[in-house]
Ligand binder design. Structure first.
Ligand code: UD1
Ligand code: UDP
Length: 367
């Protein structure tokens, strides 16, 4: 049985690492790994392959950065060529990036079965590029691996056949369990940056809605700057955000207050997350990792796909409307977080990858 995995962006390398480990233990399965090249900087791509011991991709499409249409279109064309050559039984796509959508469309047009890991998440904000990618991918997929009960409910609401939907948990939790201890052993980022546990705030920002809107970008970074009066703020800077700060003439000033660092590898990131007093982010993955390590999280957005974390009290939404809203929202988080009991098995208890591989192999019996 041949499974063709498509990855391209940072969080997909982490998700695919968890599943590849599980696939490797099945001798009857051959995995073909395709990297679209959506992310290409050493610290956005290679570092994850090395640290997470992911196999070298069988195909590196080297697509790079373009507008949405051009990027997705180029990927679609290149992936189609690979699919024609490989004829896999399954195409496995992850999350909600342009690489996800291109992989799903290329496969479905060739009548190749599509499996979507992290299916059913919705922000209900159609202006988010990721929302379009998710909806379209879910409606092409033959197997939908939902990480949460809320994701299953969303898919039911959209009329997707029950038989295709499986609540398996979150592969990022598998990764957190696999690599959390390793991070403690291997990472020296705290010493390197001169940080003490619980004595800093960790922030990440990269969503288009926050970086490409100058007013929101300014609100977030002026808000974070105000917070540095109370606690140091460390922020690994996504290349999109660096470019936006440069464009708005903010980079130099912001860099005087915030500890801006280059994007870090996964083990360093885990270490920074585990030891932060609080996390402020617009990242999907980082919101969950905050919870995995039981660090309170402020999400600088209007909505989140991970609604259960807000309901449980581990995550709070602070729409970045202006600098005082951002600063006060974060500072409130230092004094007023209260959380309720976490239900058993939330996010799958670390078994998501093995359940996914089991379902893929089981389903192939009927083909
Ligand atoms: C993409 C995903 C987003 C995901 C994020 C993970 C889409 C629509 N968005 O957003 O869902 O949360 O990845 O990080 O697929 N750049 C570099 N070097 C790189 C990669 C990007 O300099 O290695 C710069 C380029 O200027 C590029 C910009 O970052 O134009 C944005 O990259 P892109 O992959 O288009 O979107 P992300 O914001 O990374
Ligand atoms: N991450 C990382 N280094 C960084 C920033 C993030 O390793 O400098 C990891 C983070 O721990 C999480 C994933 O990247 O596992 C999240 O990716 P990102 O925020 O880019 O995308 P999203 O999850 O929002 O799609």
């Amino acid at each position: 049985m041949k499974i063709l995995t498509i990855v391209g962006a940072r969080p997909q390398f982490i998700k695919a690492a968890a599943i590849s480990r599980s696939l490797n233990s099945h001798l009857e399965i051959q995995e073909v790994l395709v990297h679209t090249g959506q992310h290409y900087d050493e610290n956005m791509s290679d570092v994850f392959f090395q640290e997470l011991e992911i196999a070298t991709p069988n195909y590196h499409l080297g697509i790079g950065s373009y507008t949405h249409g051009a990027q997705t279109g180029r990927m679609l064309e290149a992936i189609e060529q690979v699919l024609l050559q490989e004829s896999p039984d399954w195409v496995l796509v992850y999350g909600d990036t342009n690489s996800t959508l291109a992989g799903a469309i290329a496969a479905v047009k060739l009548h190749i079965s599509v499996a979507h890991v992290e299916a059913g998440l919705r922000s209900f904000n159609r202006r988010m590029p990721e929302e379009i990618n998710r909806v379209l991918t879910d409606h092409t997929a033959d197997l939908l691996f939902a990480p949460t009960a809320a994701a299953v409910a969303n898919l039911n609401q959209e009329g997707i056949s029950q038989q295709k939907i499986h609540l398996v948990g979150d592969v990022m939790y598998d990764a957190a369990l696999d690599y959390g201890v390793k991070a403690e052993q291997k990472s020296s980022i705290l010493e390197h940056l001169g940080l003490s546990s619980q004595k800093y705030l960790l922030a990440t920002i990269h969503r288009a809605e926050n970086t490409d809107n100058p007013a929101r970008l300014r609100a977030i970074f002026m808000g974070l700057t105000a917070v540095t009066q109370n606690i140091p703020v460390v922020l690994p800077l996504h290349p999109r955000t660096r470019a936006a700060l440069l464009r708005e003439g903010l980079l130099e000033d912001v860099g005087k207050s915030l500890q801006l660092i280059e994007p870090v590898g996964y083990l360093d990131m885990v270490m920074l997350e585990k030891n932060a007093r609080l996390i402020a982010t617009d990242s999907g993955g980082v919101q969950k990792e905050a919870f995995f390590y039981r660090v309170p999280c402020i999400t600088l957005r209007e909505e989140t796909e991970w609604v259960e974390l807000v309901e449980l009290g581990w995550n709070r939404l602070v729409p970045p409307l202006d600098a005082p809203t951002v600063a006060n929202g974060i500072l409130d988080g230092f004094v007023s977080f209260s959380s309720s009991e976490v239900p058993d098995g939330l996010y799958g208890g670390g078994l998501a990858a093995s359940k996914i591989v089991h379902l893929l192999t089981k389903d192939s019996i009927w083909k």
